[in-house]
Ligand binder design. Structure first.
Ligand SMILES: *[C@@H]1O[C@H](CO)[C@@H](O)[C@H](O)[C@H]1NC(C)=O
Ligand SMILES: *[C@@H]1O[C@H](CO)[C@@H](O)[C@H](O)[C@H]1NC(C)=O
Ligand SMILES: *[C@@H]1O[C@H](CO)[C@@H](O)[C@H](O)[C@H]1NC(C)=O
Ligand SMILES: *[C@@H]1O[C@H](CO)[C@@H](O)[C@H](O)[C@H]1NC(C)=O
Ligand SMILES: *[C@@H]1O[C@H](CO)[C@@H](O)[C@H](O)[C@H]1NC(C)=O
Ligand SMILES: *[C@@H]1O[C@H](CO)[C@@H](O)[C@H](O)[C@H]1NC(C)=O
Ligand SMILES: *[C@@H]1O[C@H](CO)[C@@H](O)[C@H](O)[C@H]1NC(C)=O
Length: 487
């Protein structure tokens, strides 16, 4: 044990000699050490001096140090003593003595160590102790890795307990530019950027032995603590701790740092940023530039977006408004032609944008809902079928005309007929059919006459005619033709 002590002493002397950056023994109060009482706390730490008499219980240590006398304050009141800011790229170990003491062993309050970065929020303590620890000084060390140009300020905060009983004291602070002996040091924690909705992972790597029993957590600047998900020893002097934030949103965007804590001290990393990017989405629907029976020419219209860039992929997603399937095509020009569409059909077209990283595809933008034009009818209707022949009428029917023939939802079916009576007398007429009833009776015909019939399919884009069919009406003894109607 004595050997160990000697080694420790030699080690301390060595580190003192080569790397003492600052500190305070409070012989003349905190001022000469450039330590400041916080102006916005509830009260100040009291300086006790070896030279001046004070009214502390005799069992408390002699000497000069800073103390909080709990009975002088209300429960929950706090005081903070701020160390000068540390800025340089360095590994700092801050060593200090503390005690929390009350005669009857009651809790005097809590000693919190805060590390404030760039004069930002105080955040949660990186180390804290509460309850009576006894009348003798204890030592703890803080491993604070600092990264220029950020400013790190260590703050000793005492909080008075409900019992308002006893003393909280600190002394002999040493700031060493040297790794701590007992608390692990974190390597620089890098920023993490993810797309909203993804899981974010921070990996903290620390050096220092015997970290197995340390408490480890990820501290958010707003005060939230995230428990460790996994720890792994890289080698006997280095370990990695993984922290997971599930399916993050913009509200998780903040600064985070790694903290370890044991009775003997704490280690704290730099603050790293969690950057949550919103996958991009177009503000406006695509614009229609041109339309045909089987194509739609669109302008993606995706220059104005909601969310974050850069955009690495643009896609057009389209479907029939009445259909269930959706097709998606990558597009690398400002305009895109959708081919092989159905005529006279309504389509819904949206633009999808993607930024880098997993989950980088945003919601589709607002839709363009538009129709293709009609196409010319596919083919001539099949020849008419003759259902019945009489002297005065002929009944005809035809195959029902599906969309795949009409290629338009609005179309007319017309039956035209003509015949001659005598040598120069003729009659010709066309009748619009009800497209839903594929049959018709052509009546008021003369008997024993060749009647020529044909069918015409018309839509706004064109017409197709069937072959003519010539049918001879039956005889019924009446004259073939006369002027006026055949009844
Ligand atoms: C601190 O380290 C960073 C990165 O290693 C370097 O860019 C910077 O110049 C250093 N600053 C100082 C003051 O040493
Ligand atoms: C230390 O502070 C944390 C908040 O960061 C709190 O949850 C914990 O109870 C405190 N521990 C002690 C011993 O006061
Ligand atoms: C996030 O992690 C949870 C649990 O590990 C998992 O179930 C989920 O699928 C992950 N989410 C994404 C977007 O990867
Ligand atoms: C048109 O569609 C019907 C079914 O709706 C089908 O039986 C027929 O073969 C199709 N005709 C053509 C020319 O595609
Ligand atoms: C056709 O018949 C009408 C009488 O029905 C007659 O007036 C006319 O001259 C005839 N035309 C020819 C070219 O024979
Ligand atoms: C109808 O036409 C056919 C063939 O062209 C012919 O043989 C027949 O005599 C005609 N019938 C009448 C009543 O003119
Ligand atoms: C169909 O018939 C109606 C009425 O006869 C007419 O107004 C319309 O233009 C026709 N449509 C086509 C495509 O020919």
């Amino acid at each position: 044990y004595i050997g160990q002590m000697a080694t420790a002493l030699a080690f301390t002397l060595l580190t003192l000699k080569f790397s003492l950056l600052g500190g305070c023994t409070f012989d003349d109060g905190p001022g000469p050490c450039d330590y400041h009482q916080d102006l916005y706390d509830d009260f100040d730490w009291v300086h006790v001096s070896a030279q001046e008499p004070h009214y502390l219980p005799p069992e408390l240590p002699q000497g000069s140090y800073m103390i909080v006398i709990s009975s002088d304050h209300d429960p929950g009141e706090k005081t903070r003593l701020q160390l000068p800011a540390m800025k340089e790229n360095d590994t700092h170990c801050i060593d200090f003595s503390y005690l929390l003491y009350s005669k009857n062993g009651a809790n005097p309050g809590t000693l919190n160590i805060l590390v404030r970065v760039n004069k930002g929020p105080l955040a949660n303590p990186i180390w804290n102790i509460t309850g009576c620890t006894g009348k003798d000084w204890l030592r703890a060390e803080l491993a604070v890795s600092t990264f220029w140009p950020n400013e790190y300020q260590v703050i000793f905060e005492a909080e008075v307990s409900d019992g308002r009983n006893g003393y909280i004291a600190i002394d002999d602070i040493q700031v060493l530019s040297y790794p701590c002996d007992k608390s692990p040091h974190f390597l620089r924690l890098g920023d993490v950027e993810v797309n909203a909705g993804q899981n974010a992972t921070f990996q903290c790597i620390a050096t220092g032995r015997d970290a197995v029993n340390n408490k480890l957590w990820l501290q958010r600047r707003n005060g939230e603590d995230i428990p460790v998900a996994q720890t792994k020893n890289i080698n006997h002097r280095r370990f990695a701790a993984t922290f997971k934030l599930q399916e993050v949103t913009k509200t998780d965007q903040d600064l985070y740092r790694c903290v370890t804590q044991s009775e003997r001290g704490s280690g704290v990393s730099n603050f790293a940023q969690l950057i949550v990017r919103e996958p991009p989405r177009p503000i406006a629907p695509p614009q229609l530039l041109g339309v045909g029976p089987t194509y739609l020419l669109i302008q993606l219209n995706a220059n104005s977006i909601i969310g974050d860039g850069p955009i690495i992929l643009k896609e057009v997603e389209y479907r029939m408004t009445s259909g269930t399937w959706t097709e998606t095509h990558a597009v690398n020009a400002p305009t895109y032609k959708l081919w092989h569409l159905d005529p006279d059909t309504e389509y819904e077209i949206r633009v999808l944008l993607t930024r880098p990283g997993e989950g980088g595809t945003g919601q589709p933008g607002p839709p363009l809902i538009t129709r293709t034009k009609c196409a010319e009818p596919m083919r001539t209707p099949k020849t008419l079928k003759i259902a019945e022949i009489q002297a005065r009428h002929i009944a005809v029917d035809w195959e029902s005309l599906g969309y795949n023939i009409t290629r338009c939802h609005t179309f007319n079916v017309t039956i035209c007929y003509h015949y001659f009576c005598g040598h120069n007398e003729s009659k010709a007429d066309c009748l619009d059919m009800d497209p839903k009833a594929p049959q018709h009776v052509v009546d008021h015909l003369p008997p024993y006459t060749n009647v020529s019939l044909k069918m015409i399919l018309t839509n706004p884009e064109g017409r197709k005619e069937s072959e003519e069919t010539i049918i001879q009406t039956d005889e019924d003894g009446m004259p073939k033709c006369y002027y006026g109607n055949y009844v």
